[in-house]
Ligand binder design. Structure first.
Ligand code: ADP
Length: 259
């Protein structure tokens, strides 16, 4: 009898990419993209070859945060050339759709788009590929974990209970799919008044630290709710690039050094 060629099974590696780290959150607006952009820029500043895939189909914000625009070229009609800024090779679902256009993709289309971003983009040789996931536990996360070898995930949450509850779902999903949780990042941890320097816990205090301790994973950073972080991201040069010596940037650098 003819022997059938063994079909590739289980998660595959992305050619040329050493490590894949997924940045996840339970809900939107907690700073997952801000963390992804700053970690990618921090790794680049350390001399690592780093890529950033913006897989947040519902709200792709990396083109703005990294200050890139324009449609990526595809000279051969098959592969896609990524864009590059701040030493980061990047590709975003947002660059494949028209700006302002609502994305109402169904599951199978999303999965196809993700596979295309991973396999057809000419990432080149990378030490680390950071993937900025959509919030929650949907098709993109499932497909990624099933089809691609993900080395670890980082969950971003605000200290608020509701964000934490949602984050737990994400943590559970990664555990079921055997993606190791590298740690958690508490974002919008405290607010420091720009006028008087008074520090306030707008979204509560200690929730993420307690959760990380319960899960036995490190709390990688506590990032304050800070005007400079927001302005830097909006301006297309994350705080790690625009104010590398600030304590906020140093907090991101510390996480990148531990990766
Ligand atoms: P997500 O990716 O989780 O939806 P974003 O990273 O896009 O969240 O952040 C949502 C908004 O909040 C953005 O405008 C971003 O600039 C801002 N933001 C995120 N983290 C901080 C922070 N630590 N301090 C100030 N603004 C922040």
């Amino acid at each position: 009898a003819k022997k059938e060629k063994p079909k590739p099974q289980g998660p595959q590696k992305v050619p040329g990419v050493d490590h894949i780290i997924a940045i996840a959150s339970g809900k939107g607006g907690v700073g997952k993209s801000t963390v992804s952009a700053n970690l990618a820029c921090a790794l680049a500043a350390m001399g690592r070859r780093v890529g950033l895939l913006d897989a947040d189909v519902y709200g792709p914000s990396q083109p703005r945060m990294l200050g890139v625009s324009g449609r990526p070229a595809s000279p051969d009609g098959k592969t896609i050339l990524p864009l590059r800024n701040h030493g980061v090779t990047m590709m975003s679902m947002g660059l494949m759709t028209n700006e302002g256009q609502a994305v109402a993709w169904r599951g199978p289309m999303l999965m196809g788009a993700l596979q295309q971003m991973l396999m057809q983009v000419q990432w080149g040789a990378l030490d680390v590929l950071i993937i900025d996931l959509p919030p929650g536990t949907g098709d993109v996360q499932m497909t990624l974990a099933q089809k691609t070898e993900v080395d670890g995930s980082i969950v971003v949450s605000t200290p608020q209970d509701v964000a934490l509850l949602d984050a737990r779902k994400g943590i559970d999903m990664f555990r079921q799919m055997n993606v190791p949780l590298l740690g958690m990042i508490e974002n919008m941890s405290t607010h420091i008044c720009t006028n008087c320097g008074h520090e306030e816990h707008l979204f509560g205090h200690g929730g993420v630290a307690a959760e990380a301790a319960k899960l036995g994973v490190p709390l990688l950073a506590e990032i304050p709710l800070d005007l400079q972080i927001r302005l830097a991201s909006d301006g297309g040069a994350p705080i790690v690039v625009s104010q590398p010596d600030s304590p906020q940037a140093q907090a991101f650098m510390k996480v990148a050094q531990a990766l």
